[in-house]
Design a protein around this ligand. Structure first.
Ligand SMILES: [Zn+2]
Length: 364
């Protein structure tokens, strides 16, 4: 199969053709140099790295009705928020089913990795590992220890299974808890992340100490806060739809101008479909609504490039022969690729570069 049009990847956007054979890239080059071989299938489109959903709470997919009104804290703040009560009264089998369905939905969207904040201690991590078994989707799990003060034995067994720890926020946890968690993560080569400045502004001196590997939200951060985050070199995951539900938006324009590393996530699965394409479009439209526009390229990189770098897998963000992760073909006009990707991608416009049977669907 020959795709003529454009590539958007870690090296930016360019007019190009990409030749696939049995789902793998065998050749790329400048338009007009492909030689037009034989009778292979030809189509126009944009070839991109697979997107990453950099912040989910897939356990929340057990919620099937509209969440009750109220501030976000009443819904998601541990230990007594609405979602924690819901998780506590839902059976393990039901939670596993709901998470697997959400993972299946992401797969059909072309998502190749998700960074999930999984509550409920080690058993919560086990459940998501079980739910994700056999699916060709990297599930990077930030677990959360239950005991306070932190029990070193519990934390160690959690980290045997999790890829890191994701805490609620600096204001929900003591400095000692954050430090002991960060120390344990460092010692084990795992990642430490937390939410910051979601519903109320928190001080960077709190959420950057100890230095996390990733922070989520910054919807209430000032420009000076963003500068502090940039100076600390900490990447940020933004979740514009989730924030909008509670009347806020991250200042994406300042983030772009200051040169922060930004990733994109869909947050709680009880609020929104875990669709990275919807998140991209909303992020773009939201900045226009506030008269604080950002470039489409900035957002496209947040979904397609920055997370792969964060994982230490830059090659996965490159559309080239030998890439480690399956790229996607978006059947969109090749002019202005980042704009097309951010505003016009829907699952119906995607074709897979591998045969369908390699993508198990949702529930079993
Ligand atoms: Zn979150």
């Amino acid at each position: 199969m020959l795709v003529e049009g454009a590539i958007f990847d870690i090296d930016g956007a360019r007019r190009a053709y990409v030749r696939f054979r049995r789902g793998r890239i065998v050749e790329t080059g400048a338009i007009g140099t492909d030689g037009g071989r034989g009778r292979e299938r030809k189509l126009r489109g944009i070839v991109v790295p697979s997107p990453v959903n950099a912040h989910t709470h897939l356990g929340d997919a057990v919620s099937v009705s509209e969440p009750p009104p109220g501030p976000v804290a009443a819904l998601v703040r541990p230990p007594r928020g609405y979602k924690f009560a819901l998780l506590a009264r839902t059976s393990r089998a039901e939670k596993r089913r709901a998470m697997r369905a959400a993972l299946g939905r992401m797969l059909r969207d072309g998502v190749a990795a998700t960074f999930d904040f999984r509550e409920e201690g080690r058993s919560g991590v086990e459940l998501l590992r079980e739910a994700a078994r056999g699916l060709p989707l990297r599930t990077f799990i930030f677990g959360r220890p239950l005991a306070r003060p932190v029990d070193p034995v519990e934390l160690a067994t959690l980290l045997d299974l999790a890829d890191g720890v994701g805490l609620s926020s600096a204001r929900d946890e003591t400095t000692e808890t954050r430090r002991s968690v960060a120390r344990a993560c460092r010692a084990r080569g795992k990642r430490f992340a937390l939410h910051a400045s979601e519903a109320v502004r928190e001080a960077p001196t709190d959420y950057l100490d100890p230095r996390p590997d990733l922070i989520v939200h910054l919807a209430r951060a000032s420009r000076a806060d963003l500068e502090a985050v940039r100076e600390a070199g900490v990447p940020v995951v933004v979740c514009p739809r989730s924030n909008a539900l509670f009347g806020r938006q991250p200042d994406l324009r300042s983030m772009e101008r200051l040169g922060l590393t930004v990733l994109l996530g869909t947050d709680n699965a009880m609020f929104h479909a875990p669709s990275i394409w919807r998140e991209l479009e909303f992020a773009y439209v939201g900045t226009r609504l506030r008269h604080r526009p950002v470039s489409a390229e900035f957002l496209a990189r947040a979904a397609l490039v920055a997370p792969w770098r964060w994982l230490g897998l830059p090659d996965a963000a490159r559309v080239a022969v030998g890439t480690t992760v399956r790229p996607l073909v978006l059947r969109l006009p090749p002019a202005d690729p980042a704009y097309q990707i951010v505003t016009r991608t829907t699952e119906h416009l995607m074709v897979r570069s591998r045969p369908r049977e390699t993508v198990p669907v949702g529930e079993r």
